[in-house]
Design a protein around this ligand. Structure first.
Ligand code: HEC
Ligand code: HEC
Length: 152
């Protein structure tokens, strides 16, 4: 019940601002991050997660969603610098995408964040989801995802 209420509040208050702001999200521009992080899925734009999330992801690559995605220390440090430097809260910036994420919470999936659930839950047909294979396969539904466009 509490959950439903907070999502309703989210839909009414946070989303209009988000929708203006984020049909476009700059794609990964660092060539090393782009190469290493697009082997198994698209390279997710840094601006979708806060700094602490990218740091946690980069620190746990040897057990990354059930895969071993580990990298040597230099490569890993370079990618972490890029991702945290372009994160949703880089430079103390605030982002509507962090709405409903507690400061103590470290989301590891973009697809678990409240804005994402509000945009997708009930909006994505079972058929489309099956074709995409996973909700994490952004580019299956957002054809411009790799150019930063998340219009339908
Ligand atoms: C060896 C394969 C592999 C590599 C390389 C890899 N990943 Fe992943 N990643 C996965 C898998 C598998 C998932 C889970 C996908 C799913 O649930 O459909 C995932 C999911 C993610 C997610 C969560 C997506 C969501 O649902 O919001 C993020 C963020 C992520 N990866 C970041 C990275 C970063 C950053 C790198 C580069 C350092 C990277 N990945 C490299 C396999 C990989
Ligand atoms: C199975 C299809 C599907 C997948 C997979 C999917 N989306 Fe979506 N997405 C949608 C639909 C449908 C909407 C709501 C309609 C719309 O506004 O485009 C949406 C909306 C969005 C929006 C809001 C766009 C706007 O108009 O403001 C963003 C941003 C977004 N998705 C990002 C992502 C990201 C990032 C991923 C991967 C982690 C992802 N989506 C995966 C179907 C999908």
């Amino acid at each position: 019940m509490k959950h439903t209420l907070s999502l309703t509040a989210l839909a009414l208050t946070a989303l209009p601002a988000f929708a203006d702001e984020s049909e476009y999200m700059p794609p990964v521009s660092d060539p090393v991050a782009l190469a290493e992080c697009s082997e198994c899925h698209m390279a997710y734009p840094a601006g979708f997660l806060p700094q602490r999330s990218w740091s946690r992801i980069m620190a746990t690559l040897e057990d990354h969603f059930g895969e071993d995605a580990s990298l040597d220390a230099d490569t890993s440090a370079r990618i972490e610098t890029y991702l945290t430097g372009n994160a949703a809260d880089a430079g103390g910036r605030s982002s509507g995408l962090l709405y409903g994420v507690a400061a103590t919470d470290t989301p590891l999936r973009i697809s678990d964040m409240p804005w994402f659930r509000a945009e997708h839950d009930g909006e994505v047909s079972a058929h489309r989801l099956r074709k995409a294979g996973s909700i994490s396969n952004c580019a299956a539904c957002h054809r411009g995802a790799e150019r930063g466009s998340f219009e339908d």
